[in-house]
Ligand binder design. Structure first.
Ligand code: SDX
Length: 392
């Protein structure tokens, strides 16, 4: 017994690691970060506060939070050489291609000065990555639209700074909309960490070899890009636009059930949740707030609500325990805020960086940590002798 949870010894036989960061109960739809329910954190906390919690294990005092935010703020600038690095990409490069490249390139600037056995170096690397991701993501967007990069403005909040670097222009002042800032900050909280998902497992496996944290996070970004994982938010909104109107929904639901049709309802289903993803609940509430505040009338939200209602009342989805996940509504909000669909997964990577670095730190700090080495079930031919070319 560990508090309210029964520790199932049988489970450890398939567990890839032990971690104290995030707990998920897929059957009950429970998600806790260091014991705190995601719904309470999304309602009352900030992304910087949740970042501190994930990294340090406790919610910060006001003074601790202020010091943490100041430290992160001081790392938001990128080396000027990296701005040049962007120029090597085509203007229409997918932002995730840029994120993989630029974050990996951070290794070239910090690898030689980062000794991962030194806790102070690990902390500085973590702060650098959390701080620079908004700058890198904003620059990827600016590069794609041919606008000049904006430097960070350290008088703004973490999320406000990101909004200004993304949507601001040098020609005029940018005023952060507090409703948008709060909604985006909440979306970052909902994406911060999620136990041993595919991209986090990628970061852990890469990190287990002793690779520098910048290269490990670049590996996590690459894995997150897939449509079955973080790429689902972009695919989900594209799907909602393809459906277009509620009367077309039954056709798409039938396609999703047809085993001969590769079409899947993007934003539905989950490897772990066999109940409603608690993040999707918060996300749906946030859509309403943003739509009301920005007077958005995009019918795509109505299509999403109708699709969810019809799928949740369909025997196939009920039997397969398929519910909306974090990616189902996020694209609707991000689109209403003004992000192009190609930026959605880059925002997921921005937010998930704190989970990746917290999980990486947890693993590297364990003195008993060994290099990961998954095994396989061999299905190839049994041993046989070589056949010379003229005998084949
Ligand atoms: C994320 O791991 C994490 O924690 C990830 C994540 C995080 O925060 O890091 O939560 C973020 O990646 C969320 C998931 C985003 N992906 C999508 O929304 C893509 C659409 N979803 C599917 O591709 C699918 O649900 C997966 C990939 C998410 C899970 O696939 P599984 O493991 O096959 O799901 P399952 O075992 O529960 O499937 C049960 C059945 C299967 O059919 P049968 O083989 O039993 O006949 O349901 C089917 C699946 O084919 N199914 C779907 C479906 N998802 C599963 N059928 C139609 N539409 C879907 N979306």
């Amino acid at each position: 017994q560990t508090g309210m949870f029964t520790y199932d010894p049988g489970f450890t036989s398939t567990a890839s690691c032990e971690s104290a960061l995030t707990y998920i109960d897929g059957d009950e739809g429970v998600l806790l970060h260091r014991g705190y329910p995601i719904g309470q954190l999304a309602e009352h906390s900030s992304f910087m506060e949740v970042s501190y919690l994930l990294l340090n294990g406790e919610l910060p005092s006001a003074d601790e939070l202020s010091k943490f935010e100041t430290t992160i703020t001081r790392h938001t600038m990128l080396h000027e050489q990296l701005a040049t690095f962007y120029r090597g990409f085509r203007r229409d490069a997918h932002p995730m291609a840029i994120m993989c490249g630029v974050v990996g390139a951070l290794s070239a600037f910090y690898h030689d000065s980062t000794d991962i056995s030194d806790p102070t170096h690990r902390t500085i690397s973590s702060h650098r990555l959390i701080a620079k991701m908004p700058t890198i993501a904003a620059m990827a967007y600016k590069y794609s639209v041919g606008q000049p990069f904006l430097y960070p403005d350290n008088s703004l909040s973490y999320t406000g700074n990101f909004l200004r670097m993304t949507f601001g222009v040098p020609a005029e002042p940018y005023v952060v909309n507090p409703v948008v800032e709060k909604a985006l900050d909440r979306i970052f909280i909902l994406h911060a960490d999620h136990e041993q998902n595919a991209s986090t497992s990628t970061v852990r496996l890469a990190g287990s070899s002793g690779a520098n944290p910048f290269a490990c996070i670049a590996a996590g970004i690459a894995c997150l890009w897939g449509p079955a994982h973080g790429g689902a938010n972009e695919a989900a909104l594209n799907m909602l636009h393809e459906i277009g109107t509620p009367d077309k929904i039954p056709h798409y639901i039938e396609r999703a059930k047809d085993k001969n049709d590769p079409f899947r309802l993007m934003g539905f289903g989950h490897r772990v949740y066999k109940n409603y993803d608690p993040r999707a609940t918060v996300m749906q509430k946030t859509v309403r707030e943003v739509f009301e505040a920005l007077k958005v009338t995009d019918p795509v939200f109505e299509v999403a609500l109708r699709l969810e209602e019809m799928a949740l009342n369909d025997d196939y989805f009920i039997e397969k325990k398929l519910f909306p996940n974090v990616d189902f509504y996020s694209g609707v909000i991000l689109s209403a805020i003004g992000f192009p669909t190609t930026m959605f997964t880059a925002l997921f990577a921005l937010a998930r960086t704190v989970g990746w670095v917290a999980q990486w730190n947890e693993m590297i700090s364990d003195p008993g940590q060994k290099i990961g080495r998954p095994r396989q079930l061999y299905t190839g031919p049994t041993q046989r002798d070589y056949v010379p070319l003229d005998k084949r």
